[in-house]
Design a protein around this ligand. Structure first.
Ligand code: FES
Length: 165
């Protein structure tokens, strides 16, 4: 008498074995999908915690051997944004980043000149004109054991500080 009014629970238990297997397979697949998407989500978030890109030049870098800079030369290294100054037996590194708004400045007959807003600096980086508020920083130059000079842009030194060769 109760065949037309079976409850869902009793219908489930009455499913043939093939139906049970299909249910278990679907349950397993949906569980794997859920765990898989959770794993991918967690993994992708962990990957982005540590940035893998580097931005710009390192602050400590080699600039070559002293003989690469004959006495009297002033060579601006564009990517590193420093000017290597060689005078007789001493070497210095002066920033070529303008202290106004950060443009790359170039060497000129009177020292340095910024192409952006016209700031001018003398050979030591002292402001001689334009809107730049501060002189150009000087950086520490050291001689590495392999004979190459290294500039450390994290180590500012007083103006007029040279590496003696
Ligand atoms: S950025 Fe050099 S003068 Fe403005």
């Amino acid at each position: 008498m109760s065949t037309g009014k079976k409850t869902i629970a009793s219908q489930t238990s009455d499913l043939p074995e093939e139906g049970q297997n299909r249910r278990q397979l679907l349950l397993w697949l949906s569980s794997m999908g859920l765990f898989g998407s959770a794993f991918v989500s967690i993994f992708s978030n962990l990957v982005f915690i540590k940035p893998r890109a580097t931005y710009g030049q390192p602050n400590r870098f080699a600039v070559g051997k002293p003989d690469d800079y004959p006495p009297g030369t002033r060579i601006a290294l564009g990517p590193q944004r420093v000017c290597i100054v060689r005078e007789e037996n001493r070497v210095a590194a002066i920033s070529t980043t303008c202290t106004h708004l950060g443009c790359i400045i170039g060497t000129s007959d009177t020292g340095f000149a910024c192409p952006c807003h016209g700031s001018r600096f003398d050979f030591d980086g002292v402001v001689t004109g334009g809107p730049a508020p501060k002189p150009l920083p000087w950086y520490q130059v050291t001689l590495a054991p392999n004979g190459e000079m290294e500039v450390d842009k994290d180590a500012e030194v007083p103006m007029g500080t040279y590496l003696k060769l």
